[in-house]
Design a protein around this ligand. Structure first.
Ligand code: GTP
Ligand code: MG
Length: 530
């Protein structure tokens, strides 16, 4: 799976994914963290416009962080209001309306029985992680929810996971007896990608408790972790199939109230009205997303025009992406959390490399195996930022027993994004959490062992990144002789990374070592011919 809106954030600012709740489930109004003065590198400052390092974020970043203008702002407030076209206020209201929904999962304490159908045979079997790890991942999903716990786990073999009731008749009867005997449970988490409405209905009737699938649980986590408007809209889009299924099953109105079968005078049946409302809702969401996407593209263009290299940090969920971004940028406000899908919004953070080049790191949403298609699709557009980056850093949790499968999942997802071939070919692999594996060496070339948490191997990583960014962006280190009296030196400070200035006073010149793109060098020569 994928990522999102980019908000360029200076070193020590609150990450949209961070500054939040320690665990999921507080959907709105997350506590705010005060701004710290940003150790924003000069070049980056210059790159984002006159006098306002927060310019880009303010213009297009969206999100719920404290306002750049210092006003407090209510929860859920976005920071993208300037230059809004006419009618924008009404559209804002419409969007808020689209985003106010009844909860997907019940509130309060939930004691869950986790039922994992273990596929013993079948074509997909060899690619499946072992049941043990699928169960561990499912448990981690449940524990990500506030006040939810797994009190019982049942692994049930099945040959026919695609059948309506997933299990064979005998197995299902046995399972039903077992679940009925578990008096303390309040819900069942059936670890399948997605259940059809009728399956859910039948299982709930048989088991006497609510039954949830992976789609619903992940969607709920997403909904609670989505901070920016774009992420929230994408979750709303992904939820539409759930609402449609509910409607089909007669679970009723979109506004949650009861209703008569026909709407008086309209000639439309209740069902037709609800379906029409859903269609309208989908159109509105898509329109709102399109508006935001156009803004994001504009942002991307500005960033590219200013030529700050962008490094996308991608990887399986919980592999340590956010921790690594924090370690590489020194951004004290970035908040890694031990939970799945802690990051649901792409945030951008500036950091310096040993060459003094400033790069923008994009912290992205994590991938997960067997993620429902609808979810992937609704979020894939937000990974556009990754496609426009210069280098991709793939963070792997080397300590995870299913690290290889996780790698395959991430690579498959990246391939699905139709990234430019050179970008995909040049992916840098980082084997994180090496502190948990004393003496660990990555098997094979092209990968580095690091511990983002303990700060191990970061120097080597920065050096690798330096080289990778130079390669990818057609930049070179050049030493140029400039006249001290002219505007050359200040031009270079603005348009390139100045590494060293050696003044030769008697000649009124300086030898300036810079990292400069070929395009910028061409401009320099045009402006200041030798
Ligand atoms: N031991 C160890 N733990 C680490 C390391 N890096 C990250 N972690 C832990 O792994 C957990 C997840 O870290 P995050 O940085 O939030 O992972 P992520 O990939 O951003 O996760 P999502 O945003 O949920 O996809 C946290 O508890 C981190 O403290 C490391 O190098 N060593
Ligand atoms: Mg993260």
């Amino acid at each position: 799976m994928w990522a999102l809106r980019a908000a360029v954030r200076p070193g020590a600012r609150v990450s949209r994914s961070g500054g939040c709740v320690p665990r999921v489930v507080r959907c709105r109004g997350a506590p705010r963290v005060a701004h710290l003065p940003p150790p924003w590198p000069e070049r980056a400052l210059a790159a984002f416009g006159p006098g306002d390092p927060r310019g880009l974020q303010h213009r297009g970043g969206g999100g719920r962080g404290p306002r750049a203008d210092g006003r407090g702002g209510r929860a859920g407030e976005e920071e993208e209001e300037d230059e809004e076209p006419e009618g924008a206020e009404q559209e804002e209201e419409d969007v808020e309306e689209l985003l106010s929904r009844a909860p997907l999962l019940p509130a309060g304490t939930q004691r869950v029985c986790l039922v994992h159908p273990e596929v013993k045979w079948g074509p997909g079997k060899p690619l499946q992680p072992q049941a043990e790890w699928q169960v561990a991942e499912a448990k981690a999903l449940v524990h990500t929810l506030d006040n939810w716990s797994v009190v019982e786990t049942v692994v049930v073999p099945t040959k026919t996971p695609d059948k309506k009731l997933i299990f064979s008749k005998g197995v299902l009867e046995h399972l039903t007896d077992k679940i009925r005997g578990l008096a303390e449970i309040t819900a069942v988490f059936l670890n399948v990608e997605k259940m059809s409405g009728p399956t859910k209905k039948e299982l709930e009737a048989a088991w006497g408790v609510q039954v949830f699938d992976r789609f619903t649980v992940v969607l709920h986590i997403f909904r609670c972790n989505a901070r920016t408007r774009e992420a929230r809209l994408q979750v709303a889009l992904a939820e539409l199939p759930v609402l449609r299924a509910k409607l089909k099953n007669g679970a009723g109105r979109l506004d949650g109230r009861g209703g008569s079968r026909y709407i008086m005078g309209s000639g439309e049946s209740f069902m037709q009205v609800q379906q029409r409302l859903l269609k309208e809702k989908e159109m509105k969401i898509r329109k709102a997303l399109e508006r935001l996407r156009r803004k994001r593209q504009l942002l991307g263009t500005q960033r590219r025009r200013r030529e700050l290299p962008v490094v996308s940090v991608v990887g399986y969920t919980n592999s340590g992406k956010t921790t690594l971004v924090k370690a590489l940028t020194g951004d004290a406000a970035v908040q890694p959390r031990d939970q799945l899908f802690a990051t649901l919004d792409v945030t951008a953070h500036a950091g310096s490399l040993p060459s003094r080049m400033t790069v923008i790191y994009l912290d992205t949403i994590g991938f997960l195996s067997q993620l429902p298609h609808g979810l992937v699709e609704s979020f894939s557009a937000t990974l556009e930022d990754v496609a426009h980056s210069d280098v991709i850093l793939h963070v792997r949790d080397a300590s995870h027993p299913e690290s290889e499968l996780q790698r395959a999942t991430v690579l498959a997802a990246l391939r699905g994004l139709r990234l430019p071939a050179p970008l995909l070919a040049g992916v840098l692999e980082v084997h994180n959490k090496a502190d948990l594996l004393p003496g660990y060496r990555p098997p094979g070339p092209g990968a580095l062992a690091v511990s983002a948490l303990r700060g191990l191997g970061l120097q080597e990583l920065r050096a690798e990144l330096d080289a990778a960014v130079l390669r990818a962006t057609d930049r070179r280190v050049r030493t140029l002789r400039v006249r001290l009296a002219g505007a050359q030196l200040s031009w270079l400070h603005r348009e390139a990374t100045v590494q060293d200035v050696h003044v030769v006073p008697e000649a009124g010149v300086a030898d300036v070592t810079v990292i400069i793109s070929n395009a910028a060098y061409g401009k320099f020569r045009k402006l200041f011919p030798e």
